[in-house]
Write a protein that binds this ligand. Sequence first.
Ligand code: GDP
Ligand code: MG
Length: 172
Amino acid sequence: MSVAKRLKLCVIGDVGVGKTSLAERFMTGMFREKYTPTYQANHYHKHIQTPDGEVYIQIWDTSGTERFRSVGPHLLHNSHGAVLTYDVTCMPTFSSIEQYWLEWVRNIAPEDFRLILVGNKVDRTISRQVDEQVARRFSREHGLLYYETSAKSGENVELAFLEGVSLLGDVW
Ligand code: GDP
Ligand code: MG
């Protein structure tokens, strides 16, 4: 069977925000409590069915460390979009989206690059540090789509990644 569309997305953000957990949840439907740092970019792929036909989706799960910052530009050049991730229970990870990641991505990504902002770990309600309205306003101001997710419960994970798919349009 021929594959109608191909989509390559990167998951980007500080270490510990849940990038690996989101990619795994989306790809396998599973969640692991144990923390295993990602030292290099992991790559997942699968075929998904959408109302518009089949999509071959590749997800690049990156490491948030300095090491990624050197591999990153190459990965971004070959991607259609990125899921910019922060942790709603950790204000510094949101600050780094504002102060670092957004500009970094926009400086090196191709022109029609799609960006989706994701606030992860919303299941940890009591520990929340980043106000949803603040994040939504920020997203509007910067032209980003915004989703609040939990890799643990699975809430909104599919939606956030599939937003990338639906943004594909007919370019390929
Ligand atoms: P990464 O460094 O961005 O890849 O983050 P990981 O995916 O390795 O997750 C870091 C830690 O946060 C791990 O212990 C995960 O189990 C935990 N974690 C990730 N996503 C969630 C979530 O949505 N809710 C909760 N409660 N914990 C999460
Ligand atoms: Mg990781």
